[in-house]
Design a protein around this ligand. Structure first.
Ligand code: SAM
Length: 245
């Protein structure tokens, strides 16, 4: 097994002004090994080569929240984060590793993935992570989850307006949705404004950045919730994707 993590310390520092401590490095390494092991059974990710895993899964997950870390840190200890459509645990598990004071809920509709994530949480000793199985359209209408989170992250789950409809109902007023994207255009921003307006949000920032190893262009969209989301959102299961706002 390639242990790539120590040599990445400088890049973490230079790009995110952050470095994993010894325990966090070990947890990243364990995460990598568990995902490779689980992959043969569950087909979790096609990203298995060590450097690509580091960049696309570890670095990318934390780059999304790094500019907002101050926001997360400024919340009372126990800031609550929900990772919607977490799959094999991204970006949620790297965030749980990096931000021990936050409580991370890892949500996915596929039970076998969630069962696998439970194994990861136990093996890595991540007591600040917990799992939730279900469709986000239903979870977003449940009293114990609606308007309950400070931060919602969502990567590779659908078009941005669909992600906004999934994420904003779950946030407290003042909370932040972080939507991870590859490419992004001005036309998409215009369309997203329309969706976000209906959901009680505003587009706070759209950031473009370059990944440190492969120089790929990525974007993160930060949506701030400024008012309660109307009760009819999220719409019924499947409707957000069939009829995006
Ligand atoms: N976020 C991970 C990542 O970036 O590697 C996984 C992305 S994977 C392409 C999309 C995941 O979203 C799948 O695991 C799928 O089960 C989950 N998903 C899709 N629609 C969902 C919904 N409506 N509610 C909950 N989970 C959903």
């Amino acid at each position: 097994m390639t242990n790539l993590l120590p040599e990445m310390a400088e890049i973490w520092q230079k790009t995110l002004n952050w470095q994993p401590n010894t325990q966090q490095q070990l947890q990243f390494q364990q995460l990598y090994e568990l995902i490779l092991e689980g992959n043969s059974q569950f087909n979790l990710t096609r990203i298995t080569e060590a450097e690509e895993f580091w960049e696309k899964h570890l670095w990318d997950s934390l780059r999304g929240i790094a500019p907002q870390m101050q926001f997360i840190d400024s919340l009372a200890a126990g800031a609550s984060v929900i990772d919607i459509g977490t799959g094999a645990g991204f970006p949620g598990i790297p965030i749980a590793i990096a931000s021990a004071n936050s409580q991370i809920t890892l949500l996915d509709s596929t039970r076998k993935k969630v069962t696998f994530i439970e194994k990861i949480l136990t093996t890595l000793g991540l007591s600040n992570g917990k799992t939730l199985v279900g469709r986000v359209e239903e979870i977003g209408q449940q009293r114990q989850h609606r308007q309950n989170y400070d931060v919602a992250t969502i990567r590779a789950v659908g078009p941005a307006s669909v992600c906004a409809e999934y994420a904003l109902p779950l946030l407290k007023v003042g909370g932040l949705a972080v939507i991870y994207r590859g490419n992004w255009t001005q036309e998409e921003t215009t369309a997203l404004h329309n969706a976000v307006d209906q959901l009680g949000g505003v587009i706070a920032v759209i950031e473009q950045f370059t990944t440190p190893l492969s120089d790929s262009i990525r974007h993160c969209l930060y949506l701030r919730k400024v008012a309660a989301t109307p009760a009819n959102f999220p719409r019924a299961v499947g409707v957000p994707t069939q009829k995006p706002l």
